[in-house]
Design a protein around this ligand. Structure first.
Ligand SMILES: *Cc1c(COP(=O)(O)O)cnc(C)c1O
Length: 308
């Protein structure tokens, strides 16, 4: 049995009206972990259990760490989550709630990640990247299997990109389904636009630093796998502002009563605010990736910070 659930796909009347296209929402925010991440990380962890791994090690103070902790608890495997010192206390508390051991190590994620990977080599545990593993992509691809069971072929899939795990999984799923001609609209925020920079350059680009507040998109370098998908599929990179992403979170809260992170608001900003990207399309699917590192106070604080 998988650790993720089959999520609803609903038509949004308010978003469709604004976008001028039928907007279907794949509600990954309703996963037990609040994001799609359990699809891929759950798949990786279930394989690891078959190979007798007895310790999971993650390097994320956000949704990937939470998904790893959830997988560990449900599979009865000890889980250690290394988090950077910038991780909010409530995010740490949530991961601990899933019975994982949480260790603060490093000031930025890159340092934390190196530590986690060295630690797992030392203790013989399973290192869980937040986005960069074939079994993670294989698990994320199930989101497309479900969409294909739920609707006829759409005209585009809209998703957010951090390190590119969801992106690689969706492309894999489309390929498997014979839907490789569907455009993938890959959305990032300014200051976390490592995919956009990489696709423009045609080679992996590492951003000097992350300036976006959409922390779940804050990978300085995307997975090298994205370049392979760019050769095979119609990839359309879109970069929105933090303000567009946060404004989309507010509008989505009013329209559908779901609270999501700016990382997810970035995708929602396409139909809400950048509808030219989907001009002449009939039906688009937005992957509502969700996110647990948000509450109403944080959302208001971001709004204030951005001056609107
Ligand atoms: C992880 C995450 C992303 C980015 O996913 P990648 O696989 O790193 O590209 C986007 N939004 C949310 C809410 C996430 O948790």
């Amino acid at each position: 049995m998988s650790l993720h659930i089959r999520t609803p796909l609903i038509e949004s009347r308010p978003i469709s009206k604004i976008a001028g296209a039928r907007a279907l929402l794949k509600l990954e925010n309703t996963q037990p972990t609040g994001t799609f991440k359990i699809r891929g990380i759950g798949n990786l962890c279930q394989h690891a259990v078959k190979e007798n791994f007895t310790h999971f090690i993650s390097s994320s103070g956000g949704n990937a760490g939470y998904a790893a902790a959830y997988a560990g608890r449900n599979l009865g495997v000890k889980t250690t989550v290394f988090v950077p010192s910038t991780t909010p206390a409530d995010a740490i508390a949530k991961i601990a709630e899933q019975e994982a051991e949480v260790i603060v190590e490093g000031d930025v994620w890159d340092e934390t990640d190196e530590y986690a990977s060295d630690f797992s080599d030392r203790v013989g545990g399973l290192y869980i990247s937040p986005f960069d593993h074939p079994l993670i992509w294989e698990g994320h691809a199930t989101v497309i299997d479900e969409i294909a069971e739920q609707i006829e072929k759409p005209d585009a899939v809209i998703l957010s990109v951090g390190g590119g795990g969801l992106f690689c999984g969706v492309n894999e799923g489309l390929q498997r389904k014979g839907w490789q001609d569907i455009p993938v609209i890959a959305v990032e925020t300014e200051g976390a636009d490592s995919l956009s920079a990489t696709l423009k350059a045609g080679r992996l680009v590492t951003l000097p630093k992350i300036t976006s507040l959409a922390k779940s998109l804050a990978a300085k370098t995307v997975s090298s796998k994205v370049l392979e998908w760019d050769k095979k599929h119609d990839i359309r990179s879109v970069v929105v502002t933090d303000k567009q992403a946060v404004a989309a979170c507010f509008q989505f809260l009013d329209d559908h009563r779901f609270l999501v992170e700016p990382a997810c608001g970035a995708s929602l900003a396409v139909p809400y605010d950048r509808a030219e990207v989907i001009a002449n399309m009939q039906t688009v699917v937005v992957i509502v990736c969700g996110g647990i590192v948000v509450d109403i106070e944080k959302l208001y604080a971001w709004k204030k910070l951005l001056g609107f």
